[in-house]
Design a protein around this ligand. Structure first.
Ligand SMILES: Nc1ncnc2c1ncn2[C@@H]1O[C@H](COP(=O)(O)OP(=O)(O)OP(=O)(O)O)[C@@H](O)[C@H]1O
Ligand SMILES: [Mg+2]
Length: 237
């Protein structure tokens, strides 16, 4: 007897995604694989936008491994009351992370529904104020938190991060397909850790040819455009 296939859940009707008052663009930074540089890319994007004079927030959605406080060099405690939390600010970026609420080495042992509710609070009960961009640093993979966020948050688009390795590209494809399925436009594919600088000679060396990332990039452009066209309905291109 072969392995039992889990029964597929019936398709759910699309829920309307309530906008976040004051936030113009909500952008997710995700990947299929862990450790490829999502947080690094999200932090650098956020600080770069702030340096360009844009109002920026960064929401750390990696509740099990929140690295934003360390990368943004902040250990502040967010203030607030039961209804509203005031974000921490560092390098001109407003921040919210589970790392501020549960600092230290204590692991968080929460299940899906609690994660979903804390993410909704981070989105909607934090005083983000007027923002040009609110970036969301997603946890790795296409699990509970990532899925519930992309299904409920009114995302303007997503940035997918990968390394040039086949294993990372394979998982990046899954992340891209998740965004395509929920009709979130993909704004770009970042190939991180593309090369190394050889010690001694100082020459740039690529670990793998760029062609694979370029092929994936061409494919998502097509799939993403098609999905967004579909979501706008017939007659609109
Ligand atoms: N281009 C790079 N060159 C060198 N080191 C890098 C580069 N990008 C990221 N790193 C380092 O790689 C490690 C993993 O990066 P990061 O935490 O941003 O990945 P991640 O995808 O967010 O991981 P996780 O899936 O655990 O959230 C960090 O130590 C980071 O400093
Ligand atoms: Mg991370």
């Amino acid at each position: 007897m072969g392995p039992q296939q889990p029964r597929q859940a019936p398709p759910q009707p699309e829920q309307p995604k309530q906008p976040i008052p004051g936030v113009r663009h909500l952008i997710a930074v995700g990947s299929g694989k862990g450790g490829v540089g999502k947080t690094t890319v999200a932090v650098n994007l956020a600080i770069s936008f702030a340096k360009l004079g844009r109002k920026v927030g960064l929401l750390d959605a990696d509740v099990y491994g929140p690295n934003v406080p360390l990368m943004m060099g902040s250990q502040a405690q967010p203030r607030g009351n039961a209804d509203q939390i005031r974000p921490v600010e560092s390098y001109g970026v407003k921040l919210m992370s589970m790392g501020f609420l549960n600092p230290g080495d204590k692991p968080l042992v929460w299940r899906g529904p609690m994660l979903h509710s804390v993410m909704q609070q981070f989105l909607r009960a934090v005083e983000w104020g007027e923002l040009d961009f609110l970036l969301i640093d997603l946890p790795p993979g296409t699990g509970d938190v990532a899925l519930s966020l992309v299904q409920t948050a009114p995302l303007s688009g997503a940035v997918v991060v990968t390394t040039p390795s086949d294993v990372s590209l394979e998982d990046a494809r899954k992340a891209i397909n998740m965004f395509v399925q929920v009709r979130v436009p993909i704004l770009g594919l970042v190939e991180n850790m593309s090369y190394l600088i050889a010690p001694g000679s100082g020459r740039w060396q690529r670990a793998t040819p760029m062609i694979r990332s370029q092929r994936l990039s061409a494919n998502w452009r097509y799939a993403s455009k098609r999905a967004v066209r579909k979501s706008k309905g017939p007659g609109r291109r």
